[in-house]
Design a binder for this molecule. Structure first.
Ligand code: PHE
Length: 343
């Protein structure tokens, strides 16, 4: 008899259930009015009096364990169904996580970097807060030079003497000055970065934008080298192979030129963005002025160089036919989601 109760105790211990029905039939089997315990208690009178105490204790234990088992299984199942109501089926596959997209300015910047990397240009970066020397003076723009007004400047500290001014860089040419000060030719570098100009915000211009400027300094660098590099760039970047160089002026290059690419006149948009000419201006360039080389401790009798600079927003607007520069800074996901790139 006792052995049987021992065995039942073990069965109760190991019993588990995954549905309410299973718990209920367990309850009926052990604790029901015709259940195992009922019938065991009715055997009580047949047990040898010397064993009754032990048998009684074992039965009570069995009853208690069975009751506790039912209670704990019921509450477990209850918790489970509550969490299912709250979270649904916890075993279902997860929702796909939306993938972010790179900002169009980053995509275009990376594309431009990729083109120049392929012909040996390294990347250089510098501070956005600059001193007067690196943004102006070293670039052949001494104090009172009228060309300082070509780029309206945000000053952080304006002193009586221009050389003490602290400002937000107006172009990344400042990075090239730093690079030349710290490296010996041959130099082949491009400087991407954010620049600042105190200009009214409109569809075509913004007070914060991005530039990539390039610099090549070595022995015997000629204007022909510059033109070939630019031709390679426009072919790779736009798939267009006709460019023209229009004479222009920058204080830090001599001679200087504006680069136009022949965009074509196939669609109505082509007419609009090229103002009916088929030509589009994409950047400024020129041969580094010997004064700039001298300011950066490079001997202009030994070395020559070329430089160019372009606005990344402008290139992105052309590539993606974006009519308004302000779109880049509004962080509107409907706009940003449209750009996907491996770069
Ligand atoms: N620094 C010039 C600008 O910001 C661009 C440029 C760079 C022009 C190099 C010529 C050579 O407008």
């Amino acid at each position: 008899m006792l052995d049987k109760v021992e065995e039942l105790l073990q069965n109760v211990d190991t019993f588990t259930a995954s549905t309410k029905e299973e718990v209920e039939s367990f309850r009926i089997e052990y604790l029901g009015s015709k259940g195992i315990l009922k019938s065991l208690f009715s055997e009580f009178k047949n047990v040898d009096p010397s064993q009754r105490k032990e048998f009684g204790q074992a039965l009570n234990q069995l009853k208690k364990n069975a009751e506790e088992k039912v209670k704990s299984l019921q509450s477990n199942l209850e918790d489970q169904s509550l969490s299912e109501q709250k979270y649904g089926d916890l075993t279902r596959p997860g929702e796909p996580i939306a993938l972010g997209a790179r900002h169009p300015i980053s995509i275009v910047k990376n594309k431009i970097i990729d083109v120049f990397n392929r012909i040996g240009f390294t990347i250089s970066e510098g501070p956005e807060i600059e001193d007067d020397w690196h943004n102006f003076t070293a670039l052949n723009l001494p104090e009172y030079h009228p060309a300082r007004d070509m780029q309206d400047t945000f000053f952080i500290e304006k002193s009586d003497e221009a050389k003490d001014n602290v400002l937000l860089r107006t172009h990344t040419s400042s990075v090239q000055v730093r690079y030349m000060e710290n490296n010996e030719p041959p130099i082949r570098t491009i400087s991407p970065g954010r620049v600042f100009r105190n200009e009214d915000i409109s569809a075509r211009s913004h007070c914060i934008f991005h530039q990539i400027e390039g610099l090549y300094v070595d022995t015997d660098v000629s204007f022909a080298d510059l033109k070939q590099t630019l031709l390679f760039f426009t072919k790779e970047m736009f798939g267009k192979s006709k460019i023209r160089l229009r004479p222009s002026y920058f204080p830090f290059t001599e001679p200087s030129a504006e680069v136009d690419i022949y965009w074509g006149l196939e669609t109505e948009t082509d007419y609009r963005i090229t103002k009916g000419t088929g030509w589009l201006e994409i950047m400024g360039c020129g041969m580094v002025d010997p004064n700039v080389l001298k300011n950066c401790n490079i001997d202009p009798t030994k070395y020559s160089g070329y430089a160019f600079g372009m606005g990344i927003e402008r290139i992105a607007m052309l590539l993606y036919q974006i009519p308004d520069i302000r779109k880049f800074y509004e962080n509107d996901v409907r706009f940003l989601e449209q750009f996907k790139s491996a770069l």
